[in-house]
Design a binder for this molecule. Structure first.
Ligand code: NA7
Length: 556
């Protein structure tokens, strides 16, 4: 039986991560008389920083450039202790923001939405949660997160394992690395950003009995170079916040780093090496984003830089065969998201750490006591950790049963039980500005498909500003209906696809950034799911849309 909960909301915010809390804050501030509420599946605010509690989890964007910029007092009072804060500190920060702005009172926690129905006649959405409670709203803002739907590997026998087995983003609260890993044989599947942080942290515990890493695809990775921030330094950083955010607003990805305008072959070998060495020794994403401008558009340039990085791995890993396995063979440096590490490669120099290269031997199945590979070896384990990533970008939308205009589903990989065609057939998003979706009236997205991700908080602050302005326009004109036109959606979607073609080397490699996840049905074909044009260009599109009286949107 469906329980009817409270009355109609003006805006419902789905999610209370960084996107959700800033949406809630901004909408409440701009429309004090509106009924606004956020619904969150987790038990607290934080999103990514609430769920990902695995050991070693920390941000690899400079915390100073990742934090919110909207509140000067907040910038003044918050002290970052490290350049790249731990998960715990970042989560503490998000909680502080929510407390400071009294957001908790308008957030309903531990509530997961399972379906959504659009009522065309009366123009409102009804969301039903897993407890069968209904939440009605005129407008809603999706802040569901683009890496929030964890996926387990499609390995036979995965439920047979008798020990502790879990995904990194569902780290069991009772399991403490120092206490519970002593004397244990640990297995980790996956070597993305999460796997690399987890493996490094676990390997540093001398008390473990062994750590076995199952690597399907080697990932390029380079040093994070984290450091502490003293009180004195923090005072200096506070004075520099304005300049720092201005710098982020100029770069294509809103990070502090932008490419060196020179091309790789324009300079001598000495000059090339000098820049690469400098970048390698600097903190953060400089070594990914501060490289020569043709590194991700010219195959030869990319090969040169990849060779430099391969040498670094060989220098750091003692066993040449292990080093060789850790060097990616089928993609160049930076063509996937580059995880930043703090002693990852050195982990493999420890006698208790083993690498199983799944290009040489395959996983046959999970057994009661570990993992069997097809070379006949049983890898005996006590704890099995899945660092196997997420159903990215469209994943959180896939988890909701959408009944949009004309009862259409949002995503599907095959004909739906109801026979209607999906709005995003084959998981290929169609949007206008990555903010609105055809046949999904009164819906707005933050960090949804077709938006620039880059430095996430910078993208969030911008998207929320644009959405709040659109809501204001609706309020001023008494509109209760907004939806993008088909022409605007076609034009924007085409532009997103065109931009993708420019970063040719990135878009020809399988990863969550190119819409691939072999563990998810229907995610085996590459699709353009994110805006890879410049964030500066993206902001221009949004600004012009507003200046032209929201051309591309139809209102009623
Ligand atoms: P990623 O980057 O998607 O990495 C997932 C890893 O798990 C990757 O190494 C995968 O190998 C591996 N994987 C997935 N399924 C399997 C199976 N079935 N067998 C073996 N290995 C498997 O996720 P992360 O959580 O590390 O990072 C996501 C983002 O979060 C990151 O980029 C940051 O922005 C924050 P594959 O490469 O697919 O062969």
């Amino acid at each position: 039986p469906v329980q009817r909960s409270d009355a109609m909301h003006d805006v419902l915010v789905l999610g209370a991560g960084l996107s959700g809390i800033y949406s809630l804050y901004s909408i409440r501030k701009r429309f004090p008389s509106w009924r606004v509420k956020a619904i969150e599946a987790g038990g607290d605010v934080g999103g990514t920083w609430y769920w990902n509690k695995y050991p070693g989890c920390r941000i690899d964007t400079e915390s100073l450039s990742y934090c919110f910029s909207f509140d000067k007092e907040l910038l003044e009072e918050w002290n970052w202790k490290e350049q790249f804060a731990t998960q715990a500190d970042t989560h503490k920060y998000v909680r502080h923001v929510a407390q400071k702005h009294d957001l908790y009172k308008d957030i309903q926690f531990s509530t997961r939405i399972k379906s959504a129905h659009w009522n065309e006649e009366e123009r409102f959405w009804t969301f039903t949660d897993e407890a069968e409670k209904q939440h009605k709203t005129r407008f809603f803002v999706s802040c569901l997160g683009f890496l929030s739907s964890p996926t387990l590997p499609d390995i036979p026998g995965i439920r047979d394992f008798a020990g502790d087995a879990f995904h990194t983003s569902r780290w069991p609260a009772h399991l403490d690395l120092s206490r519970d890993f002593a004397g244990k044989r640990i297995g980790v599947i996956g070597t993305g950003a999460t796997g690399i942080q987890t493996i490094t942290a676990v390997s540093k515990k001398p008390s473990i009995k062994s750590l076995t890493v199952f690597q399907r695809t080697a990932n390029w990775s380079a040093p994070l170079h984290n450091s502490e921030i003293t009180q004195e330094e923090m005072t200096g950083h506070k004075a520099g916040y304005d300049n720092l955010f201005a710098r982020c607003a100029e770069t294509p990805t809103c990070f502090l780093h932008a490419a060196d305008p020179r091309k790789s072959m324009e300079v001598s070998e000495e000059e090339r090496r000098a820049l690469w060495e400098k970048l390698y020794s600097e903190p953060g994403f400089a070594k990914w984003l501060g490289v020569f401008s043709d590194t991700y558009t010219d195959r030869d340039a990319n090969k040169l830089y990849s060779d430099f990085m391969a040498d670094k791995i060989r220098q750091r890993v003692h066993d040449p065969a292990v080093a060789d396995s850790l060097i990616p063979k089928n993609h160049g440096f930076g063509t996937r998201r580059v995880p930043l590490e703090s002693g990852y490669f050195e982990a493999y120099n420890r006698p208790d750490v083993r690498l199983v290269d799944l290009q040489k031997t395959q996983v046959e199945r999970v057994t009661r006591t570990g993992i069997r590979t097809n070379d006949g070896i049983d890898h005996e384990l006590d704890i099995l950790i899945f660092a196997t990533g997420f159903d990215a970008i469209t994943g959180a939308f896939n988890a909701i049963d959408w009944h949009a205009k004309d009862d259409r589903p949002l995503t599907s990989t095959e004909p739906t039980p109801r026979g209607e065609t999906a709005i995003w057939p084959d998981q290929r998003p169609r949007t206008f500005l990555g903010l609105t979706v055809p046949s999904m009236p009164n819906m707005f997205m933050v960090l949804g498909p077709h938006q620039p991700f880059g430095n996430a908080t910078r993208s969030i602050e911008h998207a929320v500003e644009v959405i709040t302005n659109m809501l204001e326009y609706c309020k001023e004109h008494g509109y209760t209906y907004v939806e993008p036109t088909e022409e605007a959606v076609d034009e924007w979607t085409e532009h997103v696809i065109e931009c993708g073609k420019a970063s040719v080397l990135i878009n020809e490699v399988d990863s969550w950034m190119t819409g691939i996840n072999k563990n998810v049905k229907g995610k085996t074909v590459r699709s353009v799911v994110r805006y890879s044009g410049s964030a500066v260009e993206y902001r221009r599109w949004c600004r012009e849309c507003r200046e032209r009286g929201y051309e591309g949107l139809k209102f009623a």
